[in-house]
Design a binder for this molecule. Structure first.
Ligand code: NAD
Length: 470
């Protein structure tokens, strides 16, 4: 794709206020592939004003019409699915087949789900002698990360549009090209001018200005816990609504009696998907000590099925990590794991390729709950395997981090797995390999965040109530 050199504001591409640029780098070879304007407070202000001006008209648009426009947006994304996948591969490094199936396929599935919800959702309810109106919150600031560049945008924009909100999007610095393609799809779908606006730029400049703008009613942020904390404080000081989807360190608990081979293979696949750059990746595998060595051997063998390499080649299953900084960070955690005494059973610090930000798929055994690789989010293809003696210890370890986003339990039967899952302090748990559901609420307990995305719970984040008494 050819990068746009402006911002999408009030239904058109407009020149940026300043002249700063952000280079977009292909992480598979380190080459600059494009540059986009780095927006500043002036661009943000213009975008928020456009969103404010468009709010009354969009909020008053009949539900069926809004639903039809969300469906048209989905169709526009589907029409450009190959270009979207290609762009995600170029700027994120996701293997092309994965970019098509998961990045783009998952995003259009989410857009579809909100097109349907927009049509069927009850924006009014009766409680005793009251009618409760569920009204749009107003102008939304959407701030998104790079790890699923299209999905993260769709998971905010589609429900906000369905609810009758208008938006300003500030996407991640590393993946602005996907965001520009998304803006083009919004335009092609015929969504009225000002309803959706895009400002590319850095977090500390454009992101900060957007989160702090007094014309914004709700800040919906996905990203790191460190930045989320700052955004939460800014929003709190202004008494503004805030939704935070943050980091994770999710546990994959394999109870005695479970299908060990399946649990380990699925668990490894979960960590390696998107090169481990998933907030809900199951990066801590907990196995009973009697089955521990068997699980470690199975995991070491399973990672061999994730060859890294050129993301455009059909047999590549593991792309690079997104950028040089992330590369250093992941290698730093691998070094720390070795230093703290964990046993490296696959992968490690050696570069698998001469160029690009590649990390070998890595498995650590003999990981103890206090180690950094058991506590901190690595955001790379690194699995830590821990052992436990009994269920109580497994639960203590599973719940023993500041995070609580994803999780999984494997057991001989569903009842045992569900009983354990009920005691986990986390927002989602996959039971015996349960599949992803676009309608299930997604979000964190503890420091993994505030609020929920997806489905009717996700739509509710963009609504506020007004009660009429009769
Ligand atoms: P990040 O927090 O550095 O950046 C996320 C977004 O916030 C980017 O658009 C960035 O430009 C912006 N930003 C940075 N500083 C800002 C500031 N001071 N004010 C306003 N905006 C600012 O995170 P990242 O490195 O892009 O993404 C990785 C992190 O995201 C991981 O920690 C991961 O767990 C988390 N994540 C969470 C979820 C979830 O749903 N819970 C999903 C994906 C990623």
């Amino acid at each position: 794709m050819k990068a746009q050199d402006g911002m999408y504001i009030d239904g058109a591409w407009r020149p940026a206020a300043g002249s700063d640029l952000i280079d977009v780098v292909n992480p598979a070879d380190g080459q600059v592939i494009a540059s986009v304007p780095a927006g500043n407070a002036e661009d943000v202000d213009a975008a928020v004003r456009a969103a404010r001006a468009a709010l009354p008209g969009w909020a008053a648009t009949p539900q069926a019409e809004r639903a039809a426009l969300v469906a048209a947006l989905r169709d526009a994304l589907v029409a450009h699915k190959d270009e979207l996948a290609d762009t995600i591969t170029a700027e994120l490094g996701a293997p092309l087949a994965f970019a098509k199936a998961v990045h783009v396929g998952g995003s259009t599935a989410v857009a579809s789900s909100f097109a349907e919800l927009a049509a069927s959702y009850a924006f009014e309810e009766r409680i005793g002698n009251s009618t409760v109106l569920l009204e749009p919150v107003g102008v939304v600031a959407a701030i998104t990360p790079w790890n699923y560049p299209l999905y993260q945008i769709v998971a905010k924009v589609a429900p906000a549009l369905a609810a009758g909100c208008t938006l300003v999007l500030k996407p991640a610095e590393d993946t602005p090209l996907t965001a520009q393609l998304f803006a083009r799809a919004v335009h092609e779908a015929g969504i009225p001018a000002g309803v959706f606006n895009l400002v590319t730029g850095t977090g500390p400049v454009a992101g900060q200005a957007l989160a702090a703008h007094e014309g914004v009613d709700l800040v919906s942020f996905t990203g790191s816990t460190a930045v989320g904390r700052k955004i939460g404080a800014t929003a709190g000081a202004a008494v503004k609504r805030v939704a935070l989807e943050l980091g994770g360190k999710s546990a994959n608990v394999v109870l005695p009696g479970a299908d060990l081979a399946k649990a380990v293979a699925t668990g490894v696949g979960h960590v390696m998907a998107n090169t481990g750059q998933r907030c809900n990746a199951l990066t801590r595998m907990l196995v009973h000590r009697d089955q521990y060595e068997e699980a470690v051997s199975l995991a070491a063998a399973a990672v061999a099925k994730y060859p890294s390499g050129d993301p455009r080649q059909d047999d590549t299953r593991l792309g690079p990590v997104v950028n040089a900084q992330q590369h250093e960070r992941v290698l730093g955690y691998i070094a720390r794991g070795i230093e703290e005494g964990a046993r490296l059973v696959a992968g490690g610090p050696d570069a698998p390729h001469e160029q690009g930000y590649f990390v070998a798929p890595t498995v650590f055994a003999d990981v103890t709950p206090d180690m950094a690789i058991a506590q901190e989010e690595i955001f790379g293809p690194v699995l830590s395997i821990l052992s436990y003696e009994d269920e109580e210890e497994a639960l203590r370890i599973a719940n023993g981090t500041v995070y609580g986003l994803g999780g999984a339990v494997w057991a001989a039967d569903e009842e045992t797995a569900v009983a354990f899952a009920r005691r986990m302090e986390t927002g989602q748990v996959d039971i015996n390999g349960g599949r992803y559901n676009v309608l299930a609420p997604f979000g964190g307990h503890k420091q993994s965040g505030v609020g929920r995305e997806l489905g009717s719970h996700g739509l509710a984040e963009y609504l506020q109530t007004k009660s009429l008494q009769f």
